[in-house]
Design a protein around this ligand. Structure first.
Ligand code: B3K
Ligand code: ZN
Length: 875
């Protein structure tokens, strides 16, 4: 398939002001009749042919303005409908297609999930329902009539407001929905099924009543309270933080069990993976609750950033995604702890986006070409996209940022907009030229910022030399410098920030140095003593700083930095230094060592009851094995990395045994469960302490874990104990696994945890287990959650067993990708991404990974999704 290019953008020849859909749902042979109104756009010659997109469609009939079309007036195939000579004036096509949702295993378009009919149209799924101009810059007003058997589908939902419902005879009934807001086809949705609902109400800031509904399978309604609460908090927050009010009479959320991703922001009818809706303490962990809160918010926030203002083309995806991630991050920060949320987000960015940006799949936040758009719903578009917005806010300040957002909403409401449109609003609001800043959207690759410092006691000057390099990435050998905001503090001997009497060499706005050139020499005057520089506070830019501070400077920042993020960062940097040295040592058959001063400082922080337990828990989590591998860059031996990682954790667990035991002992087992940040933080700390003690392998620590597992009253503690036991290969592990599946075998979201714990165990027998589990009755390759839990987590979170030296891990995952390629290419392509860092392995593993990739590339037929990823990965 030819690549699509941003440079080739042109509007469609015709517009579609309205669409009326009549959907007759049936067990087999669902009929969709679409009456699509067309008008010729300015500049389109009269009679110019009309080409509509289709995908695996079966056309039953076609009419023009009510009269059947003559066979020579059009051509239709599975993937295209062409009207050869349309009327010059407005006209309507009525097209009937026959669908078979039950056999739609791609889960795009109209499909069935446990008996419920539902849709997924982003990015290009609407063309699997009817022929259409299936692109985001075609905005239409939709009216949907749906009809189904009353018993099979008592609930009939679509976008917008309900306008009519009634009996359709023969045991069938119908409902009509109308969405007054023009929208692109990717936001279309309908749901029909036998579902239970939790209803509630929200009164908007201007006093309008909105009826809220969360629909789930029967038996699950007791588990939707948290999602409903998160929804109401999101609606209020968007009014307060961004001045955005909801705009329909109803807002519905539906949870389904079979879903390719997390959730979808269809106008007024969000459809969710049930993982992001269903929660009760017995089955959901604190991380699940936080995920639900964030995703409910994210999809709701799309109502303005995505729906009211959508994207002109798919290259502008970050216009809605990066911005909406930024908004949901801010929401969660306001609901929970801001520094803890920031640390968590940066960890996600580093573990997902940095490897993407540094590997064969690197692409700009706004790509300029794609072969399969579904492969661009990436950490770069989403998470780096959010970082770019955050930098913009840092640079222009909170007030100008808010003015820019207001202007954007005012000026572009109802538009399909571009990144240029968006940036122009901020340039105007801040009265600032953002042309150089816009490079963040065009240049891929994570910049490195090398820093050197010099203190001149006699002159009382402190000099920082900052040098940025943006690495080459596929298709982009040469880069221009970025505009990089460096939030900083000069930390004095008493731990407080020192004053200075002036600065030169770069623009400094408050506590932010603004880098614009490849190199800046920044001189601070009137500095009384040599400070310890605290740079990139709050992770003020998505870069890799290389400050080269001494171990004692880092330990000092870890103890004293006024910025909580940088306290954590200093600790991580120290740990990383040891982990890297340890991996080199292990490679040579030596022994990794931990720095005692670091471990002692860690112990003091972790034992400090004045600090937030969630923060203390994050301090205990040393960088992961994949982070270390990325830091090493090449010739990676995952076994050596794992040995180093294990050694550091054992050293921490051994040396900090007293403080960790105190934390465990202080736990109040009778404390009631609340899924809030405070409770989650306390549990995270206790569980991190238990895990580190177990890492030492001491029998008493393992016994205590086994007891914690049995006594656990919530899934957070239960799963934490289970994971520690299984990953440490404790004698109690198998009994715990058996007890878990005995109790939760009938709860799919709990089964996913059971599968993932086993798939991520760093043990030589794991691969055999994973292979055997594919035959377990609770597992199915047809379900994306099960597949991701077992195979996805094996491939991405088990570095030693996926990258086994004999290549068996690679081969297993390659076989799964080949198999899924036929049924669900989107999920197959996602799992395949686990190979993206294959070139950084040592030669033996590299050769095995390449062979596995070539076996995938050789499959025929090969979906566009998988072909695109495998070709770029091998390029
Ligand atoms: N916009 C959807 C993602 C659609 C993915 C299509 N492959 C969910 C979200 O980002 O909110
Ligand atoms: Zn989104």
């Amino acid at each position: 398939a030819p690549a699509v290019r941003l440079a080739d953008y042109a509007p469609t020849a015709y517009a579609i002001p309205t669409v009326a859909l009549d959907v007759r749902l049936a067990e087999t042979g669902t009929l969709v009749t679409a009456t699509i109104a067309f008008t010729r756009r300015d500049g389109t010659p009269a009679g110019a042919e009309l080409v509509l997109d289709g995908d695996e469609l079966d056309l039953v009939s076609a009419a023009l303005d009510g009269a059947p079309l003559a066979p020579d007036a059009f051509t239709a195939s599975a993937d295209r409908f062409v009207l050869k000579a349309p009327p010059a004036g407005p006209f309507a096509l009525t097209l009937t297609t026959r669908l078979d949702p039950a056999t739609n295993t791609k889960l795009m378009g109209l499909y069935r999930s446990s008996g419920t009919w539902c849709t997924q149209c982003e990015a290009e799924g609407f063309r699997r329902i009817t022929y259409f101009l299936d692109r985001p810059d075609v905005l239409s007003v939709y009216t949907v009539r749906m009809e189904a058997d009353r018993t099979a589908a008592p609930v009939l939902l679509a976008n917008g407001n309900p306008v009519e419902a009634g009996d359709a005879g023969d045991g069938r009934h119908f409902a009509v929905w109308h969405d007054p807001w023009p929208k692109p086809a990717y936001l279309f949705a309908l749901v029909a099924g036998d579902l239970a609902v939790l209803k509630d109400e929200f009164v908007t800031c201007s006093g309008r009543r909105v009826e809220l509904g969360v629909y789930v399978e029967h038996g699950n309604v007791a588990r939707v309270g948290y999602a409903m609460d998160a929804l109401k908090r999101s609606m209020r927050w968007d009014e307060e933080a961004f001045g955005r009010e909801y705009d329909l009479d109803v807002f519905n959320v539906v949870a389904v069990g079979d879903f390719n991703m997390g959730a979808m922001e269809n106008k007024g009818l969000n459809i969710f993976n049930d993982k992001y809706v269903l929660a009760d303490p017995d089955v959901a962990t604190d991380a699940d609750y936080a995920g639900i809160e964030a995703v409910i918010a994210h999809e709701y926030f799309h109502n303005w950033t995505g729906n009211r203002i959508t994207c002109r083309d798919w290259f502008q995806l970050c216009l809605k995604e990066g911005l909406t991630v930024f908004r949901d991050q801010e929401f969660s920060s306001d609901m929970r702890s801001r520094p803890v949320k920031r640390i968590a987000d940066v960890r996600t960015l580093r573990s997902h986006q940095f490897p993407e940006d540094g590997g064969p799949l690197a692409h700009p936040v706004r790509p300029e070409t794609y072969k399969e758009i579904n492969n661009f719903y990436t950490a770069t578009v989403y998470e780096k996209g959010a970082e770019v917005i955050r930098m913009l806010k840092t640079l222009i300040g909170d007030e100008a940022f808010r003015r820019g957002m207001d202007l954007y909403f005012e000026r572009h409401d109802g538009d399909a907009a571009t990144i240029e449109d968006f940036l122009a609003c901020f340039a105007e609001a801040a009265d600032e030229d953002l042309d150089a800043f816009a490079r963040w959207y065009r240049q891929a690759g994570t910049p490195t910022v090398d820093v050197a410092e010099h203190y001149d006691a006699a002159a009382r000057t402190y000099t920082l030399t900052l040098r940025q390099t943006v690495p080459p990435t596929p298709g982009q050998p040469d880069k221009l410098p970025h505009v990089i905001p460096v939030r900083f503090g000069l930390v004095g001997p008493n731990g407080g920030d020192m004053a200075h009497a002036g600065v030169s060499g770069a623009e400094v706005r408050g506590d932010v140095i603004v880098l614009t050139q490849p190199r800046h020499t920044v001189v601070f005057e009137g500095v009384a003593e040599r400070p310890v520089p605290s740079l990139f506070r709050g992770f003020s830019a998505p870069v890799k700083p290389n400050v080269g501070l001494s171990l004692s400077d880092l330990t000092f920042l870890m103890r004293h930095d006024g910025d909580a993020f940088n306290r954590w960062q200093a600790s991580s940097t120290l740990a990383m230094t040891m982990l890297v040295a340890g991996a080199h040592a292990a490679r040579r058959g030596g022994v990794p060592r931990a720095d005692a001063a670091y471990v002692d400082a860690l112990g003091e922080i972790v034992g400090d009851d004045r600090l937030d337990p969630a923060f203390r828990a994050l301090m205990l989590a040393v960088p992961g094995e994949n982070d270390v591998a990325r830091e090493l860059g090449d010739d990676v031996d995952p076994d050596a990395v794992a040995a180093s990682h294990r050694a550091l954790r054992v050293a921490i667990g051994t040396r900090l045994k007293p403080v960790l035991s105190t934390i465990l002992a202080a736990e109040d087992p009778a404390a009631p469960f609340a899924p809030d940040a405070a409770g989650a933080g306390r549990r995270a700390l206790v569980n991190a302490a238990g895990d580190l003690l177990a890492a030492t392998g001491e029998a008493a620590a393992l016994d205590r874990l086994a007891a914690r597992f049995s006594a656990a009253t919530n899934m957070t503690d239960r799963l934490a104990a289970l994971t520690s036991l299984v990953h440490r290969d404790a004698p109690q592990a198998d009994a715990a696994l058996a007890a878990f599946v005995e109790r939760f075998g009938g709860v799919p979201l709990a089964v996913d945890k059971w599968l993932a714990v086993q798939a991520t165990a760093p043990l030589g027998r794991t691969l055999d287990r994973v292979a055997a589990l594919t035959a377990h009755p609770a597992f199915s390759f047809r379900n994306p959650n099960r597949t991701r839990a077992l195979v996805g987590s094996f491939a991405t979170l088990n570095p030693t067993q996926f990258a086994r030296r004999d290549g068996a891990g690679f081969d297993f995952v390659a076989d799964v990708v080949r198999r899924l390629d036929d049924s669900n290419p989107q999920v197959a392509a996602r799992i395949l991404v686990a190979f993206r860092s294959w070139r950084s392995y040592e030669p033996e593993r590299r050769a095995r990974a390449e062979a596995a990739l070539r076996r995938i590339a050789a499959k025929r037929p090969l979906s566009r999704d998988v072909a695109d990823i495998v070709e770029r990965t091998l390029a």
